[in-house]
Ligand binder design. Structure first.
Ligand code: NAP
Length: 257
């Protein structure tokens, strides 16, 4: 037997922090960005229909208020909040408002997205569009998550869903919409890196592709928002037992990055 000294790395336990029990749905507070229309609005509706209290973020407050009102008319507990995810002051004020009113945040849906530059090509870069795509699709989710994490860590519980796209995957990559594809690929990479940091914290972070959906962004021909939102809502409610973390899903099934 060799006498060489074995240097062991410290063993990381799966759970580094004690975590709270899963709160009942009626106690969970959710924030959905870009919830005034499209997939985000539908996710807010579905979460509220399950008894979750939902904050609908919209960069125009009047539109977010209109959306929240229609969720309330369906019997849900919904609140509008002004949230442009590219603005630090909006992000700060949103999290402070939720903290002040409820003292907790259980679910964050990073849904706000845009800059689907379908006619662009990498060889003729529109730098403003590329910066815009990265600002909203990557940095918006990143900064909002960073601001939300202290509230989630407070109770050792959180579910973060980054609404991504399969057009960023190796399998479905094309040569158009370059700013959009690259920004969503970066969001996917961010999801994996953040998941490593959050290991054992009780906060799960995953990316979900809604698939081609009939919205202002997707145009006609896509599937109905209700179908696309289901997979996002599923990831927002993952139980401790499922504990999927740092993964990419579509329709509740794991897909390749
Ligand atoms: P949509 O109908 O165009 O809605 C986009 C939402 O994002 C709107 O509420 C929009 O607000 C909001 N938004 C854009 N920039 C924002 C910012 N800086 N701050 C806050 N909100 C902002 O598109 P959608 O189809 O519902 O898309 C939702 C998500 O799904 C996006 O992340 C998109 O990339 C993803 N996705 C969609 C499809 C599809 O086929 N539709 C496929 C794959 C992935 P305004 O109303 O103020 O513009």
């Amino acid at each position: 037997m060799s006498s060489a000294k074995v240097h062991r790395l410290p063993v990381k336990t799966k759970r580094m922090n004690p975590t709270a029990v899963e709160p009942p749905l009626s106690q969970r507070i959710a924030l959905v960005s870009g919830a005034n229309r499209g997939i985000g609005f539908e996710v807010a509706k579905q979460l509220a229909s399950l008894g979750v209290t939902v904050f609908l973020g919209g960069r125009e407050l009047a539109k977010a208020e209109k959306a929240a009102k229609s969720v309330r008319e369906l019997g849900g507990d919904a609140h509008a909040i002004r949230l442009d995810v590219t603005r630090d002051d909006d992000i700060e004020a949103t999290i402070a408002t939720i903290d002040g009113r409820f003292g907790r945040l259980d679910i964050l849906i990073n849904n706000a997205g845009g800059h689907f530059d379908v006619r662009a090509r990498t060889s003729k870069p529109d730098i403003d569009d590329i910066r815009g795509a990265l600002d909203v699709n990557l940095l918006g989710a990143w900064c909002l998550t960073a601001a939300a994490l202290p509230l989630m860590r407070r109770h050792g519980y959180g579910r973060i869903v980054n609404v991504s796209s399969e057009c960023a995957t190796h399998e479905m990559c094309g040569d158009n919409a370059p700013a959009y594809r690259v920004s969503k690929a970066a969001l996917n990479a961010y999801t994996q890196v953040a998941a490593r940091e959050l290991e054992g914290s009780g906060v799960l972070i995953n990316a979900v592709s809604p698939g081609w959906t009939a919205t202002a962004m997707g145009g006609s021909g896509g599937r109905p928002v209700a179908e696309s939102a289901e997979g996002i809502v599923w990831a927002a409610l993952l139980s401790e037992r499922d504990a999927a973390h740092g993964q990419f899903f579509r329709d509740k099934l794991r897909i390749a990055w």
